[in-house]
Design a protein around this ligand. Structure first.
Ligand SMILES: NC(=O)c1ccc[n+]([C@@H]2O[C@H](COP(=O)([O-])OP(=O)(O)OC[C@H]3O[C@@H](n4cnc5c(N)ncnc54)[C@H](OP(=O)(O)O)[C@@H]3O)[C@@H](O)[C@H]2O)c1
Length: 221
């Protein structure tokens, strides 16, 4: 497939890039710092906080799918997930590219956003410990980042594109296992961690699974 990968220098993005190249896909990597990359991909440089629409359109034109590992590197960068994803969506709409896969986070199903002002109070996949302890704590600590991701999800859901949103639990740098649980529209009971490599594998795998279009997918071991 012809793939465009945004944020291919990030933890997940780099894994998506490496696995896509290893699978023989024709890859365009869009990054803000091309010095961080080397390899067989065509590289397009764009800071998604201030990207030239024509540049993004040329990066996605003709792609079978667009994958994004975009996210804020720090709390001060919170806002970039929604802003950058909006720019990606606009470039796809302008060029007629339809398939989009993005990364959100497990707690976002219960985070309010303009598009989902009254989400469920608890994720149906979360058990007692997650509902009452871990989820409230992480939501308090990462409030700005989660608001950004919730808004990003609105942008994706309202895009009219063929989208899939992947919602991982806590990320690790452990190796690819290929053995993990997934669930549509909810988190996984007692699932606490997942490697970036396995998230990347799921992001590529869903491209061959039409039933994952318009789905939000929880992933954990
Ligand atoms: N950490 C967790 O446990 C966890 C759990 C669940 C979900 N998540 C979500 O998953 C996302 C991906 O995780 P990760 O570990 O792969 O993130 P990461 O390593 O921090 O990667 C973020 C990527 O976004 C890029 N980026 C940020 N601002 C940009 C901008 N203005 N223009 C272009 N690119 C920009 C970064 O580029 P540079 O390389 O140039 O900085 C990097 O490639 C996180 O951001 C978070 O929203 C995280």
């Amino acid at each position: 497939m012809k793939l465009t990968i945004f944020a291919a220098t990030g933890g997940i993005g780099r894994q998506v890039l490496e696995q896509a190249l290893a699978a023989g896909h024709d890859v365009t990597a869009v990054v803000r710092n091309p010095k961080k990359l080397s390899g067989q991909a065509r590289i397009v440089t764009a800071d998604l906080a201030d990207a030239d629409p024509a540049m993004l359109e040329s990066a996605v034109a003709g792609a079978d799918a667009v994958l994004s590992g975009l996210g804020p590197r720090s709390n001060s960068e919170a806002g970039i997930a929604a802003q950058g994803t909006r720019a990606i969506v606009q470039a796809m709409q302008a060029t007629g590219v339809r398939r989009l896969v993005v990364v959100s986070a497990a707690p976002i199903g219960t985070v309010p956003s303009p598009g989902r002002p009254k989400p469920p109070k608890h994720d149906p996949g979360d058990g007692f410990f997650m509902r009452n302890l871990l989820s409230p704590l992480t939501k308090a600590a990462l409030r700005k980042r989660y608001a950004d991701l919730a808004l990003m999800e609105d942008v994706v859901r309202e895009s009219g594109l063929d989208w899939t949103i992947v919602r991982p639990v806590q990320l690790t740098y452990k190796p690819l296992t290929g053995t993990y649980r997934t669930a549509y529209g909810q988190n996984l009971r007692r699932g606490l961690r997942i490697s970036r490599a396995d998230v990347a594998q799921l992001m590529l795998r869903v491209l061959e699974q039409p039933e994952t279009v318009y789905q939000t997918i929880g992933i954990a071991y």
